[in-house]
Ligand binder design. Structure first.
Ligand code: ADP
Length: 252
């Protein structure tokens, strides 16, 4: 009975998924078709010709973006784990966040004191943090603060020697209905052409494939915290300590 329930839930998720893509894609095709029809009119003004050509171009680019995200999701790029120092890696990622998120988002970082080595794919870890950062920015349209912390995973995560990477924003937060669906592929509240709903499901896939865990806490009007736990490498000697006293202010 439990297996049946799981299967039914899977089918339901699949239904959401295909419905979602078909819907977004259709909307984009409608724009393209409508604009192409207008462009065929012989008496078209130059101003309208330019406007409708631009609409075709934008919609086609969004459709291409949707398919490429779909493909990369379907392909599930294989992990290429490397031995990485999390704090060093986070310093680089913070620079990237700083350049990507724009001036209205203040970025703060608290990195734990000790070296923590993990076996993880550095490119996919960076992509995961960036995904979470972009969601945070989208939740703070009027600007706000994004805090990145690393710390030793406490006992109750049940992961043994592991490091936590958490990102907290001061954004809109989510209600419990949204929160319960954040990892669902193609679940988005951002509307056609803005969200694909693949960000957090990709992050989820990466973290669990890396032997880690992810949790999201959120409160409407207060903000959201996404926390990743990654197991520390068994080859490394040092483990993260619980101290949080290294303050980093990203340049520029
Ligand atoms: P997308 O960003 O394309 O919508 P995601 O899978 O990354 O897809 O996120 C799914 C949904 O989860 C978002 O549409 C949004 O409603 C919600 N969400 C994710 N991160 C946050 C956040 N930091 N604050 C508020 N809502 C969020």
């Amino acid at each position: 009975a439990e297996e049946q329930l799981r299967q039914a839930q899977k089918m339901q998720a699949l239904g959401h998924l295909t419905g979602g893509i078909a819907h977004d894609f259709n909307n984009l095709l409608t724009v393209i078709q409508g604009s192409a029809d207008v462009l065929q009119r012989p008496d078209l003004s130059e101003e309208r010709r330019v406007r409708f050509a631009a609409a075709i171009s934008t919609s086609a680019a969004r459709a291409a973006n949707l398919t490429s995200q779909l493909l990369s999701f379907a392909r599930r790029q294989p992990l290429r784990p490397e031995t990485i120092d999390i704090n060093e890696h986070m310093l680089e990622t913070i620079d990237l966040l700083d350049r990507t998120l724009g001036e209205t988002i203040e970025i703060k970082a608290h990195l734990c004191e000790n070296t923590c080595i993990v076996d993880a794919d550095p490119a996919q870890l960076e992509a995961a943090i960036l995904n979470i950062g972009v969601n945070a920015r989208d939740a703070m349209p009027g600007g706000g603060c994004l805090t990145l912390k690393t710390s030793k995973a406490p006992e109750d995560w049940g992961m043994g020697n592991a490091i936590l990477i958490s990102l907290s924003d001061t954004g809109t937060g989510m209600d419990s209905e949204t929160l319960s669906r954040v990892f669902e592929p193609f679940f988005t509240t951002k509307g056609v052409g803005h969200g694909t709903g693949l960000g957090l499901s990709q992050v989820y896939g990466f973290v669990t494939q890396s032997g880690g865990e992810i949790r999201v806490e959120s409160e409407v009007g207060q903000g959201t915290t996404v926390t990743l736990a990654l197991p520390c490498s068994s080859h490394a000697h040092s483990s993260p300590r619980d101290k949080v006293n290294v303050e980093v202010t990203p340049a520029g």
